[in-house]
Design a protein around this ligand. Sequence first.
Ligand SMILES: Nc1nc2c(ncn2[C@@H]2O[C@H](COP(=O)(O)OP(=O)(O)OP(=O)(O)O)[C@@H](O)[C@H]2O)c(=O)[nH]1
Ligand SMILES: [Mg+2]
Length: 227
Amino acid sequence: MTAIEKTDTSNTTTEPPHINYATAEFVTSAPDIRAMPDDTGIEVAFAGRSNAGKSSALNTLTSKKLARTSKTPGRTQLINVFDLRQNRRLIDLPGYGFAKVPLEMKKKWQKALGEYLQCRDSLKGLVVLMDIRHPLKELDQDLVYWAVDNDIPVMILLTKADKLKQGKRKQELLSVRQAAKAFGGDVTVQAFSSLHRIGVNELSKKLNDWFAGEQQQAAEGEDEDEQ
Ligand SMILES: Nc1nc2c(ncn2[C@@H]2O[C@H](COP(=O)(O)OP(=O)(O)OP(=O)(O)O)[C@@H](O)[C@H]2O)c(=O)[nH]1
Ligand SMILES: [Mg+2]
């Protein structure tokens, strides 16, 4: 089975390719960007505070137990790379903002996170996960502003939406959508639950859009070669 079921994006009105995220495979856990695969193609990274539900969201998207999840914040301390073939990758980033981690350890992995965000050319979309009960903390906002400044589109996932009743959930979603207007740029907001599979289709559609950019770039590259 191939990762790409429909690949015709030869004109702009064509729908983006539908990617089968269940084909994702673990590649490596990198302590820093030097240990990552070549910086080519397209990567979409999952970022957010420790314990926000990044690894769970990746597992839900791919219907696999790819990424290790934990009740203990700070579980993901390495940059985990998952391959979707055709030079497309999903990245599970170490969480930020958790105080109860030894300082040396924290410094090391926050450095890796900073380097990843600043240096990785293939990063073409950022999923920023926030617990729906505690959204838009200072570091979350810094990250979204950084992405907007660097022309990287963002999808904010308000995770653990199952923890709120429907009315409250909707209220939170609308309030974060309103607040997110201040970021400018390409920032969307979606309620999400790994437990109840809320927002999973919306996430995969957004990722399909971002990964479709690769084919546009490849096509542009071919044009350049012909000149
Ligand atoms: N109720 C509920 N719990 C969730 C959901 N997603 C994740 N959790 C729980 O939240 C905790 C943290 O989830 P992880 O996916 O490991 O979080 P993470 O963001 O990868 O954490 P770090 O790797 O430490 O940064 C675990 O106990 C999960 O079971 C959800 O949709 N609903
Ligand atoms: Mg994790």
